[in-house]
Write a protein that binds this ligand. Structure first.
Ligand SMILES: [Fe+2]
Length: 272
């Protein structure tokens, strides 16, 4: 089984470039085409927030029309750029979205148990997992202790070294981490928000951030570094469930790349 992650698509209104520069809709369309064209297609895609840039209904209409082109089912959690009312209206056919303040849910129809966790805080760029959401998660985790489990959320509950993003990460991370430590079936935590490939051993599980298919937050370890972005190679996360039942994280680069080229000739000889 392969699980795809798309994150931080930041869709604007048709024809509107993000920051005057980035055709985010074009990048998402190419990401969707990329996933659909993979020789072994992912069984499911996880969309980890900041689906739209300003949370406008027109943005969601465009985002939904692009995501609906995915050839596999997809599941969304919100990011800080999303607006819950407009998001819920646009995705009203996504029956898994609960009628609750928070978009938290479990998908248990695959060999990997997928848990979507809403890390947003109304009106805040930063996120948090409050007591209520943590209790909900603890309850869900206790229902199935042995199945490989993957948690996906927008805000990373760990620091990355990119200061202007770290100050708006997910508060309550230590308490959430204690849950991970108590539940080793959670093999992986997939996040967004920082638009870069980042991974860390976090409370006994592997936590990671995926790049955006569009713009990357600039890699800048200067604590006084200004918020900025680079146009780096667009990519998405692919998680492979191995025969041993381990979740293995890959990056898949979107676009045309030279290859495949053989290592061996037709007689089995190593090509010089
Ligand atoms: Fe974002």
């Amino acid at each position: 089984m392969i699980i795809a992650q798309i994150t931080d698509t930041h869709i604007r209104r048709e024809g509107d470039l993000a920051y005057g520069k980035v055709d985010t809709a074009g990048f998402l369309a190419r990401a969707v085409a990329h996933l659909n064209a993979l020789p072994i297609r992912p069984s499911v895609a996880l969309v980890t927030g900041d689906i739209c840039d300003f949370g406008l209904p027109e943005e969601y209409a465009l985002a939904k029309s692009l995501l609906d082109e995915l050839a596999m089912p997809y599941f969304i959690v919100p990011g800080n750029h999303d607006r819950p009312d407009a998001l819920r209206r646009a995705f009203d056919d996504h029956a898994y979205i609960p009628d609750d303040d928070f978009i938290c849910y479990v998908v248990d129809t695959f060999p990997v148990r997928l848990i979507g966790l809403d890390s947003t805080e109304a009106g805040e760029a930063g996120g948090m997992v409050c007591d209520r959401r943590r209790r909900w998660l603890a309850n869900e985790l206790n229902k199935e202790l042995n199945k490989p489990t993957l948690l996906f959320m927008h805000h990373p509950p760990f620091h990355t070294g990119i200061r202007h993003m770290d100050v708006q990460n997910c508060r309550g991370g230590d308490e959430l981490g204690a849950l991970m430590a108590a539940h080793p079936q959670v093999q992986m935590v997939l996040c967004g928000h920082v638009h870069r490939d980042i991974s860390v051993l976090w409370h006994g599980t592997m936590a990671s951030i995926a790049p955006s298919p569009a713009h990357a937050v600039s890699l800048d370890f200067d604590p006084d570094g200004a918020p900025a972005f680079h146009m780096e190679p667009p990519a998405c996360r692919l998680v492979y469930l191995s025969e041993e039942g381990r979740l293995v994280a890959h990056l898949s680069y979107i676009g045309e790349h030279d290859g495949p080229h053989p290592f061996f000739d037709e007689t089995g000889g190593y090509l010089s």
